[in-house]
Design a protein around this ligand. Structure first.
Ligand code: EPZ
Length: 433
């Protein structure tokens, strides 16, 4: 039976109190497959409890890895006796980050057969040509047939110089994964610089890899023969933190956001301050408050350290209530505005023209039935619902639960009136559209 569960939000209440941010989803979804390269037991701490992680652990288990949950946020993975390098197709298609299996299987077994990734679809194509270009430069033959990526390097992988034509997070990480056990040195130029790239490099280095320059646009990977086991703690999720900060902007109030690296949030906090927030930075926490009016701003999303595309929908939701007209330019994805139609159902005034969205602030949003179009779009619906007058029902929450750990409990902890209800297919009333 399909999952029709939804969130019911009784909005228009300021958020107060504190929230603790979980480990970074986009780091851990690369670190989990990276354990395939390791000849030993990896103990990974600060793992968020999100469905993308559950799916990935299930994929590894089905391939013969031993996975043990030590506590809700710590997992031990041992891939030494992995016996089946065929990846389970149904699970692979459920998430985008399954593409990291190509880099790790190629790296360890010199052969990969992986279903084309699924995951959030923003309405356009999500190509992997830069990943393929990297694998080919390392000596692999790669073909895409019938929805599968086939890659093999019977002679093994050899280090190479690779210049990425577009700054791609996934291609940077995937090439790094494939090159870790390759012979010789690999140099990735025009590499992405996101905090989760540095985190993956730190994980691999902690297990014995030799990767330098992660966090800059030139990454050097000196191939090593073997990685050994060890313990690693995942960085806090910059986007989860930013999402709760954006929620405070929309509702007003004051929240202490714990377990963050304030440096990773700089591009977000700068924009929130422009919008009228007070932001106080501590060592591993930030307090964000808004008591005065919300001010309009312009945003252009860019690769790190630019403003993250994964925060674009959440800030758009808050800007619906700002004084004046805000302009958003999406600089990473061709199309990431499918959520706009949902916000309009709540009274938002937004026009979209290609990569640009023009948001004319309104004095209030009103509760409505809306759906999540993807992970961050779903988070934007929750933010709009928290700020709106009346009751908002957010449907298709499976997208949200792919990347937000215990979002309902965390918001309740900040005083939000939100609950999750389980709906069976028989009880569901179709949404009129
Ligand atoms: C990662 O996706 C994130 N996902 C995305 O977050 C995020 O939006 C994106 O990076 C940008 O920051 C994960 O980490 C699992 P890209 P990724 O390769 O790696 C083009 C979320 O909400 N491109 O950096 O797939 C591409 O079309 C998710 O958590 C190519 O042209 O993104 C896009 O325009 C959604 N060829 C741009 O590069 C390629 O081979 C950036 O994509 C690869 C990408």
């Amino acid at each position: 039976m399909r999952n029709l569960d939804k969130f019911i939000i009784n909005g228009n209440k300021p958020l107060r109190g504190e929230v603790t941010v979980s480990g970074a989803k986009n780091a851990v979804v690369a670190i989990i497959p990276a354990t395939i390269l390791v000849n030993g037991v990896c103990r990974i701490e600060n793992v968020p409890q999100v469905s993308d992680v559950i799916i990935q652990l299930e994929i590894l288990q089905q391939m013969g890895a031993q996975v043990r949950s030590m506590n809700p946020t710590t997992v031990e993975i041992d891939c030494r006796h992995m016996r089946n390098i065929r990846t389970p197709e149904d699970l692979m298609r459920k998430m985008r980050a399954s593409y990291y299996l190509i880099g790790t299987l190629l790296g360890r077994y010199h052969k990969a057969e992986v279903a084309m990734p699924g995951g959030c679809n923003f309405g356009g194509v999500r190509p992997i040509d830069q990943h393929v270009k990297g694998f080919e430069a390392l000596g692999a033959e790669v073909s895409v047939k019938n929805g599968f990526v086939y890659a093999q390097a019977p002679q093994g992988l050899r280090g190479a110089n690779i210049y990425l034509d577009v700054v791609s997070v996934g291609a940077t990480m995937n090439i790094m994964l494939a090159a870790t056990l390759a012979e010789g040195q690999t140099v990735i130029e025009n590499a992405a610089k996101e905090p989760h790239i540095v985190d993956l490099a730190n994980f691999l280095n902690a297990m014995g890899a030799e990767i330098m320059g992660a966090g800059t646009d030139v990454i050097k990977i000196r191939g090593v023969k073997e990685l050994h086991g060890g313990t690693y703690s995942v960085i806090p999720d910059q986007i989860e933190a930013g999402t709760y900060m954006a929620a405070v902007m929309a509702t007003g109030g004051s929240v202490l956001v714990r377990n963050v690296i304030p440096k990773h949030l700089e591009c977000i906090t700068a924009k929130l301050i422009e919008m009228g927030a007070q932001v106080e930075e501590m060592d591993d926490a930030v307090r964000v408050s808004r008591t005065g009016p919300l001010r309009r701003i312009n945003i252009k999303t860019l690769p790190y350290p630019g403003f993250p595309t994964d925060m674009q929908p959440q800030l758009a939701a808050a800007l619906c209530l700002a004084e004046g007209t805000s302009i958003i330019t999406e600089g990473v994805w061709d199309n990431r505005y499918r959520y706009v139609e949902e916000l309009r159902r709540m009274g938002a005034k937004i026009q979209v023209d290609g990569k640009v969205a023009i948001i004319e602030g309104v004095s209030e949003l009103t509760g409505a039935k809306v759906r999540s179009c993807d992970l961050r779009a779903g988070a934007a619906m929750v933010i709009a619902g928290l700020a709106a007058k009346g009751v908002t029902e957010v449907e298709e929450i499976a997208y949200i639960e792919r990347g937000y750990d215990n979002i309902v409990e965390k918001l309740q902890g900040m005083g939000a009136d939100i609950r999750r209800v389980t709906v069976s297919e028989e009880d569901a009333v179709p949404m009129a559209r």
